[in-house]
Each structure stands twice: as structure tokens, then as C-alpha cells.
Design a protein around this ligand. Structure first.
Ligand code: SAH
Length: 354
């Protein structure tokens, strides 16, 4: 784990550390206002704090967590991918996406991923480590600062949406992700003050963690990466299905929507001749009809060396038609950032909801 950063702690925790350094307690809120309120990540720019105090405080509460390695853009600058190096050399990615009415950031919760989904680029390399709470939050604060600088034309300057659809399985890094959700949604100066409803946590379907999440009093949107309506195929596409079956994972999703009132987003990558048959659309429609759910179809973004490809458009259209006929709201996700590998699919915005 990296050194402690103020975003790892709530305000009381920050005050305790400030006190240990011998500085006055109000400096905790002052630092927090710079970081969460003004999106200022550079202690040197906090000139309302005397230089000596600044250095001491920064040393204890604002270590540098993310070093940009590469920043790529496409879609006329409305999609920007950042590759970061962490203090121990691990690499993670985030993507900033500007739309006329919103700005979304797609962030990573782990370096690598242990879920081993065969169509996902991150899944192939395995898990390196969990990210700390502050490493998760700092991706958002950094990119909120980029959005605020006005570099994206025709796009609001205020970051409004966060999706946990970058690298990693957020519910496998449970406590740190929960703390990150609290930092992102607490009002400034404690946190970033985003709306809970504008945050989407995407999971392969870790049932016990889904149940726990329902009890956290956080009305975040839950996205479930289903990708197949039947156990035989889902066992292969999402190997964790061998542990928690389709029926069980959907039950946990319905329990979440019952508890929070939030619509579940069912993620379904369209893979040619693998999961895109009309009968699978019909089966999916039967599983979801009458539920508080919508389907987000993701055209597969083929990963290098993969034997799989995206479904042809007519097949995709028929799949959508059948789901809608079954009464299930269905959208096809846009494919932002393909040219910059910003979308391994996992790095695409969840459309439609929120
Ligand atoms: N581990 C979490 C979150 C990260 S992936 C999860 O699995 O939900 C975010 C989404 O992108 C998931 O639905 C994932 O299945 C999907 N995805 C991964 N690789 C993809 C690819 N090559 N093409 C399309 N979607 C992909």
C-alpha cells in the first residue's frame, strides 16, 4: 500500500494526523478545501498556508500517489485516457469522457484484476494489487481538475459522474472502495460532494459483497456484468459464475434494487456467435421482465490475440428488439475511446442511466 493520504481518511482522521504533526487542527479543513473544493493537488500552490507548515502537512497527508505516464485523447478531445504509475511502479488507467450534458470519469479500483474473464484485457494479466482509497479518489480529483480547466469544448466543466469500470473488480477491494464512495459523495471539505446516484459500481457478481453493499446506505447505481443468461456459458465468460450462479447473482441484484430503489444496470458484451443468439435474448428477457433493470449492450472490444469479435450490427439490432419486446429497457453503449484503447469495453461510459 502507498503512504497515507488525506483522501484515505475522514475529516476527523485528518485532524488527528494534523495534530500529531504539531500543526493547528483547522489546517485539516484548509487542506481538504484545497484538495476537494478547489481540486488543488499541489501543496506548493496552497499559498495561504505558511511554507514550513505546508511542507510538514504535505509530507504527512499529501504524498504524490499518481504519476501520469501517458495521456491520450480522441473524439476531438472529448475522451481522454490517462495511464498512471503508482508509487511501487504498478500501472492503472482512467478515462475522462465529456458529453454535452455531463462529464464522466471511468476509474480503476485495482491494479490488474483477478476475475479472469477471457474477453477482458485486464483479466488476462491477473491481479497485481488493490488500490488504496486515496489512489482511487485521486484519479477522480485529478480528472475533475482537468475537466474544470476547460480543455474539453462544449462540455460542462464540472465532473458529475463516476463509473468503476476501469481496471479491477471493485467489490473484491471492498472496504477501500466503500471508503472511496464516501469520500466522493461527502460534501466538501470532507469530500467531493458528488451525487450517490451519479456513481456506478460495476461487478462480476460477488454475491456476499453485493449483499453487504445493499446495507451501506449508499444509493449508488449497481451494474452487473452478466454477459450470458445461462450458467453453461456464463461459467466460461465470467468464471466467478462457477461459484455464484446466474439465479443467485440476479437475486442479489434484485435485493439491492429493493433496498435502494435503484435500477440495476445489466452489462452484456455482444460477442459474435458466442452470446448473441436470439434464444439468449429471449431467455435474458424472461429473466429481467418486470424487474427494476435495464440492459446495457456493449459491442465487444476485441482484445489483442483474442478469438472473439463483436456481433454484427443486424444481430445486435435483433437482440435489442427481442429484449424490448419482452419489456426490458435496452440501450447500446457508445464506444468512446476505441482508438486510444480507452475502451477495452471496460473503459466505456455507462449510457442511459443516472
Ligand atoms: N470488474 C468489474 C468492472 C470492470 S469491467 C466488472 O466486471 O463489472 C467494466 C465492464 O466492461 C464489465 O461489464 C466488463 O465485462 C466489460 N468488458 C471487459 N472487457 C471488455 C471487452 N473487451 N469488450 C467489451 N466489454 C468489456
Amino acid at each position: 500500500m502507498p503512504p497515507v493520504h488525506l483522501a484515505d481518511l475522514d475529516l476527523a482522521g485528518r485532524r488527528a494526523i494534523v495534530a500529531e504533526t504539531g500543526e493547528q487542527a483547522f489546517r485539516a479543513a484548509q487542506l481538504s478545501t484545497h484538495y476537494f473544493g478547489r481540486l488543488e493537488r499541489d501543496p506548493a500552490a496552497m499559498t495561504d498556508i505558511p511554507a514550513a507548515s505546508r511542507e510538514r502537512l504535505a509530507g504527512h497527508l499529501m504524498p504524490k500517489l499518481l504519476t501520469p505516464v501517458r495521456e491520450l485523447e480522441c473524439d476531438d478531445g472529448a475522451t481522454r485516457k490517462s495511464l498512471w504509475r503508482l508509487h511501487d511502479g504498478a500501472l492503472v488507467e482512467s478515462v475522462l469522457m465529456g458529453y454535452p450534458d455531463r462529464v464522466t470519469v471511468c476509474i480503476s479500483s485495482q491494479a490488474g484484476c483477478g476475475m479472469a474473464c477471457p474477453f477482458c484485457a485486464t483479466g488476462q494479466a491477473g491481479l497485481t494489487r488493490n488500490l488504496s482509497t486515496a489512489e482511487i479518489v485521486d484519479q477522480v480529483v485529478y480528472l475533475a481538475g482537468v475537466a474544470a480547466s476547460g480543455v474539453m469544448e462544449g462540455v460542462p466543466r464540472r465532473l458529475s459522474h463516476v463509473v468503476f469500470m476501469g481496471m479491477g473488480e471493485p467489490l473484491a477491494n471492498y472496504s477501500r472502495v466503500i471508503a472511496a464512495l464516501r469520500r466522493l459523495t461527502s460534501p466538501a471539505p470532507e469530500g467531493l460532494g458528488l451525487s450517490q446516484r451519479h456513481i456506478t459500481v460495476s461487478t462480476v457478481g460477488l454475491v456476499p459483497a453485493m449483499k453487504k453493499l445493499a446495507d451501506e446506505d449508499l444509493s449508488v447505481t449497481l451494474a452487473l456484468s452478466l454477459h450470458a443468461p445461462d450458467d453453461e456459458l456464463r461459467d466460461e465468460l465470467v468464471p466467478v459464475n462457477q461459484r455464484w450462479k446466474v439465479a443467485e447473482v440476479l437475486d442479489a441484484a434484485w435485493a439491492y434494487s429493493a433496498k435502494t430503489g435503484r435500477r440495476i444496470s445489466i452489462e452484456y458484451a455482444m460477442i459474435r456467435d458466442v452470446n448473441d443468439q436470439p434464444w439468449r435474448a429471449d431467455l435474458l428477457g424472461r429473466l429481467l421482465a418486470g424487474r427494476l433493470a435495464h440492459v446495457n449492450l456493449i459491442p465487444l472490444n476485441p482484445t489483442p490475440g483474442s478469438r472473439w469479435d463483436a456481433s454484427p450490427k443486424p444481430v445486435e439490432r435483433e437482440f435489442v428488439r427481442r429484449l424490448r419486446e419482452a419489456g426490458v429497457p435496452t440501450t447500446v453503449r457508445d464506444t468512446r475511446g476505441r482508438e486510444i484503447d480507452g475502451a477495452c469495453g471496460q473503459l466505456a461510459a455507462s449510457e442511459g442511466e443516472a
